[in-house]
Design a protein around this ligand. Structure first.
Ligand code: SF4
Ligand code: SF4
Ligand code: FES
Length: 238
């Protein structure tokens, strides 16, 4: 049987890669490889997953230097022309153990970017009428399907340089709410994302957009936030 040479990060911030040999299988995903190691070779390996179908966002890891959702990444794609798979935790997040990162800062930044909806209607009011073909609705639809996997966050060099930077996912979330006609917190949210560690820190490197497994473009949302913030706080035109 064909074997795959795999190196997996073991330990926390300090640690080392450990080598394993894993049977090669047809249509094998990177998550299948990690699961095989944990079930058949070393039960102490720590990693996260839940849905296995690209819904929950919990399985992201660094695979041969690139942040990826591992349940939907086939080994063939990750390997390219290399003959070894190297799997580590996501960048830009503290490592708890092995392939498990501490996601608290990532989600705290969603809260700092005021990433929760606040409407004013009660259950007795009629549904808000949002036209499906409206420009705002089109922009929300293009950005809303985020699964919170942090692939973008791990791929962003500005997060690496400035740990306070809110990052692409939190800013993308803020953008979907800024465009939501029912939300009541627009000014407060714009203030939250226009600070030193907010949208103006983005260098438009596009790594988040290139790597997002859901094909979202946080870069476009961040550019929109920059425009809206300038319009709101300097009286320019958006
Ligand atoms: S476009 Fe902005 S948020 Fe996205 S990776 Fe580049 S610097 Fe980070
Ligand atoms: S924007 Fe894309 S890469 Fe970033 S957390 Fe959401 S789904 Fe993941
Ligand atoms: S396990 Fe849920 S997205 Fe991969």
């Amino acid at each position: 049987m064909n074997k795959l040479n795999v190196r997996v990060w073991r330990g926390g911030a300090e640690g080392a890669f450990q080598a394993f040999e894993v049977p090669r299988r047809e249509s094998q995903t990177v998550l299948d490889v990690v699961t095989h190691i944990q079930r058949a070779l070393d039960a102490t390996l720590a990693y996260r997953f839940a849905c296995r179908v690209g819904m929950c966002g919990s399985c992201a890891m660094t695979v041969n230097g690139v942040a990826r959702w591992t349940c939907r990444t086939h080994v063939d794609v990750a390997l390219k022309n290399e003959n070894q798979l190297t799997i580590g935790p996501l960048r830009n997040l503290p490592v708890i153990r092995d392939l498990v990162t501490d996601m608290r800062e990532f989600f705290d930044k969603w809260a700092r970017a005021k990433g929760s909806f606040e409407g004013k209607q009660t259950r007795r009011d009629d549904f808000a009428k949002i036209r499906p073909q409206s420009e705002d609705r089109r922009q929300i639809d293009a950005a809303i399907e985020c699964i919170g996997c942090a692939v973008c966050y791990a791929s962003c060099d500005v997060v690496a340089w400035n740990p306070d930077y809110l990052g692409p996912a939190a800013l993308n979330r803020a953008w979907t709410l800024i465009k939501d006609a029912r939300d009541q917190k627009k000014t407060e949210r714009l203030r939250a994302v226009a600070g030193d560690a907010g949208c103006h820190s983005c260098h438009t490197h596009m790594s988040c957009t290139e790597r997002c497994p859901k094909h979202l473009s946080p870069t476009a949302g961040i550019a929109g936030l920059k425009r809206e913030a300038i319009f709101a706080f300097t009286g320019g035109s958006s």
